[in-house]
Ligand binder design. Structure first.
Ligand SMILES: [Zn+2]
Length: 606
């Protein structure tokens, strides 16, 4: 095969109609030319590789094209690529179009040179067009030197500024430009264009492979084309899905489909082995979590015909999602996504990152093994077929592995592990009130216990298993026959019991201090709220929540009572604020700040 020309350059669009994924912008520009409404200055903003500079060049070429005939052919607004102006432009020999890369020419002198040239009118064509790329890189002094010219350029001058970072452009410049926001190009659009390039270059490529390249390119056509080039030369012009997976070091969809299948079968062993395989292939945990989050999201949106179009995959993988999605109730997917997000958030600060992921997966399995209990059967026909066999396996294992939450507590303390989410999806976890994370508003009865699925004891809680066998304790045993008892009680009663509870956690100094100064409050007749100020406290307390509920119920003789944890955010002493949180807090104090931000068109930096 002859030397492959870099596709990004060879296939750079030369007309408005061939620009991919920016239809509304190219149409607006064409209409402006057609109706003679040309602004003096444009600002093209958006992520890298989405067509900003390309569109600027096409625009510059079109307004100078000698063959544009608005009177006789008003709808043909494309450069002819044949006239003197178009040709000199294509050969990079045009004096009418200057390009300045502000990343490397950002001094006052560079701008002064540019301003000097502005005075000379065009020789061929109507306009001199200045394209300034990465304009946010101009120094403050260069910006100032530029401002005057930008304000009152000669009629034959047009400026097109391009930037990936609009928020760095000072308002005085912004207000003088017509702004076009270029969006990321969709996976589907990129894949389609890659198909076109592949066919033009006689490259064999399967659809899944092109989609995967498009996903990896993250909305940037330039990146997609350069990845494509690499793969074409590597694979000798025969690009398959498997080769892309290997070369781009991406996590195969197949892994995630296998994992989600095991959520249903409750086979934690297989999941741990799959995770091991993934880690051995050199993927880091966070990479895996992002992939798993994406997979759960894809399953969720595949459940609804209205959202199915949000799925940016090839037809064959879409089909696979459609077939799988019906097996999972939305409530499961939402909770699993929530667990995944929590794990992702805690990942960086965890001392045992792998264990954190493994625990999260176990929690998802525990969640999945309960599906049959709470999903209306008619909504999951596939599951019904397998149900008999599966239920037997799961429930057989479950009975012997069910263990009281107290055992988890002891075990944790003896192992002296960092605080992590509880191994069991205990009832208290359902009660957590975490406004910033909780997706589902569904309230689940506090008395329902998620069973431990098959294989759960493997290497994790052998002690728990033994205990469960020995004692046969049903954590809800104390409730039997008392579900309807609900004696009256008051805050004073609650205070007294909480004091006793405090004594029992005196070794957890920070939690002790928090709960001591923020008494548990009765929210309504049946809900008692405990306040905490950060995730660490929440995590420690949530481990204890079942005990607290049990204690309160027994002592108050009220078995309808539940307790929940409330995470109080924005507390300056305990939790650093993000810029957005700080901004919101400031706006709360002084609403004029928001007006100022909106009027000046400012954006928050994250
Ligand atoms: Zn032309």
């Amino acid at each position: 095969m002859e030397k492959f020309i870099v596709s990004a350059r060879k296939y750079r669009p030369a007309t408005f109609d061939t620009v991919v994924g920016q239809k509304s912008i190219t149409n607006t520009l064409k209409n402006a030319i057609k109706n003679h409404y040309l602004a003096q200055a444009y600002l093209f903003t958006g992520p890298r590789g989405v067509g900003k500079t390309t569109s600027a060049r096409i625009f510059a070429k079109t307004i100078n094209c000698l063959n544009i005939d608005l009177e006789n052919n008003p709808d043909l607004i494309e450069p002819c690529n044949e006239c003197e102006s178009c040709r000199s432009f294509s050969e990079n020999a045009s004096f009418n179009i200057m390009e300045l890369d502000a990343a490397s020419n950002n001094s006052v002198d560079d701008i002064r040179r540019l301003v000097d040239q502005v005075r000379i009118p065009p020789q061929v064509g109507k306009y001199k067009v200045y394209i300034i790329d990465e304009v946010h890189m101009l120094s403050q002094a260069a910006f100032n030197a530029f401002l005057k010219t930008l304000e009152e350029p000669p009629l034959y001058v047009k400026f097109i500024l391009a930037t990936t970072e609009k928020h760095k452009i000072i308002p005085t410049i912004l207000s003088r430009c017509q702004v076009f926001d270029f969006k990321r190009i969709s996976v589907i659009d990129i894949a389609k264009y890659l198909r076109f390039v592949a066919e033009s270059e006689n490259v064999v490529a399967d659809d899944d492979a092109l989609h995967l390249i498009a996903i990896k390119a993250d909305g940037a056509m330039r990146d997609a084309l350069s990845i494509f080039d690499q793969l074409v030369s590597y694979t000798n012009a025969n690009v398959t899905y498997q080769q892309v997976v290997e070369n781009l070091h991406v996590l195969d969809y197949d892994y995630f489909f296998q994992i989600s299948d095991q959520f249903l079968s409750g086979d934690i062993t297989s999941i741990l082995l799959i995770l091991n395989d993934i880690i051995e292939r050199g993927f880091d945990g966070q990479h895996f979590l992002i992939g798993l989050g994406g997979h759960l999201r894809n399953l969720l949106i595949s459940r609804d015909t209205k959202t199915i179009n949000l799925l940016e995959t090839s037809a064959s993988i879409k089909q696979r999602y459609l077939e799988n999605a019906s097996k999972f109730p939305s409530s499961f997917l939402l909770k699993a996504l929530d667990l995944n997000t929590q794990c992702d958030v805690n990942y960086k600060s965890s001392n045992n990152k792998r264990l954190l992921i493994e625990l999260t997966l176990m929690q998802m399995v525990a969640l999945g093994s309960g599906i049959e209990e709470y999903v209306p059967k008619e909504t999951i026909p596939d599951l019904q077929v397998k149900k008999n066999i599966k239920t037997e396996i799961v429930s057989a294992k479950v009975e012997e592995l069910a263990k009281p939450p107290q055992v988890v507590e002891e075990e944790k303390e003896t192992l002296n592990e960092p605080p992590v989410q509880p191994i069991l999806s205990e009832p208290e976890e359902k009660e957590l009130s975490t406004p910033h994370q909780s997706i589902s508003e569904e309230q689940i009865s506090p008395t329902r216990v998620q069973r431990m699925p098959k294989g759960m004891g493997l290497g994790v809680s052998i002690k728990a298993e033994e205990n469960a066998k020995e004692n046969e304790i049903n954590p809800d045993a104390y409730m039997i026959g008392k579900e309807d008892i609900a004696d009256e009680y008051n805050q004073k009663d609650v205070d007294k019991i909480c004091d006793e509870f405090l004594e029992s956690i005196i070794q957890h100094q920070s939690l002790y201090a928090t709960l001591k100064s923020n008494r548990a409050k009765i929210i309504d007749g049946f809900i008692v709220e405990l306040q905490v100020y950060n995730d660490a406290q929440k995590s420690v307390l949530s481990d204890k929540l079942f005990d607290i509920v049990k204690l309160l119920r027994t002592r108050l003789n009220n078995y309808k009572l539940t307790a929940k944890i409330k995470l109080i955010e924005n507390d300056n002493n305990n939790k650093p604020l993000s810029p957005v949180e700080r901004y919101n807090a400031m706006v709360e104090k002084n609403p004029n700040l928001k007006k100022l931000k909106d009027n000046l068109n400012l954006e928050l930096e994250f």
